[in-house]
Design a protein around this ligand. Structure first.
Ligand code: SAH
Length: 243
């Protein structure tokens, strides 16, 4: 299965480099991912190719017109009728691992990128959902769209190589990933934990689980409410509490 993103933006050039390097390039080359950008200015009926105007009621800045956005969405949908339409917006649902996994079930996703002070509120009637990538304001929806594309693509079967495991990653099971090390064995007085060079796989697994739990308890205790914990896990967590 492949996934296709259609991005509606006034800055299509912003997508060129990120989509033609690294994992995303590999996924595109393999035919697993397609990213098409649509320049919003091609959908305006205004003579001067304007896509924004001053807000009704006054106030600072400019607001993006509803018409070009809706015409662009409709153009894409003509080609991809079942596409899920997402507006990038700081007011949307906060994007996370589970949301990325859920979006990856769609074959076609349209990402609408706002600019200026945001979009005319009536755009809401023409979209399926709004996504925020965090509680801060960016100047446009392009970077958030790229975040969504990269996070969602990782769930498309075949995009990650065999050696890259989704299951063990942070958030997959509401537990952060265990700490990892590579050469050298000691760096400026900081050694690699002895157990990792012991060759004892059972011991290594147990250590990794313990460290993942410790890390989660220390950095993201909120995640533990949702994680599946074994008896042994609970014992470890109790010990941390005491220690
Ligand atoms: N005035 C608006 C912010 C507009 S920012 C407000 O106060 O809510 C301009 C555009 O950038 C938005 O339309 C949206 O597409 C994008 N954007 C900014 N921050 C974002 C975020 N955290 N997540 C997703 N999109 C964001």
């Amino acid at each position: 299965m492949a996934i296709r993103f259609d991005v509606i933006t006034i800055f299509p050039g912003m997508f060129e480099s990120p989509m033609s390097e690294t994992l995303l390039k590999r996924a595109r080359d393999a035919g697993l991912l397609e990213v098409r950008t649509h320049n919003l200015r091609d959908y305006t009926l205004s003579k001067h190719k304007n896509v924004d105007d001053t807000p009704y009621g006054g106030g600072v800045g400019m607001v993006m017109n509803v018409e070009p956005i809706v015409r662009a969405i409709e153009a894409v949908k003509q080609d991809r009728p079942g596409a899920r339409v997402v507006l990038m917006s700081p007011c949307g649902n906060r994007f996370d691992h589970a949301h990325a996994r859920e979006l990856a079930r769609n074959e076609n996703i349209v990402l609408v990128c706002g600019r200026y002070e945001g979009v005319d509120d009536r755009v809401r009637h023409f979209i399926d959902e709004e996504i925020s990538i965090g509680d801060y304001i960016l100047s446009g929806g392009e970077l958030p769209a790229m975040v969504v594309i990269e996070a969602v693509s990782r769930f498309v079967p075949g995009v990650l190589g065999d050696h890259e495991s989704l299951a063990e990653e942070s958030f997959a099971s509401h537990i952060l990933e265990y700490p990892q090390y590579t050469r050298p064995r000691e760096f400026r007085g900081y050694p690699v934990p002895e157990v990792l060079v012991s060759g004892d796989h059972k011991k290594i697994k147990a250590w990794q689980r313990q460290e993942a739990l410790k890390l989660t308890a220390r950095l993201r205790p909120d995640l533990l409410k949702h994680s599946e914990l074994s008896e042994q896990d609970r014992k470890i967590l109790k010990q941390i509490d005491v220690g």
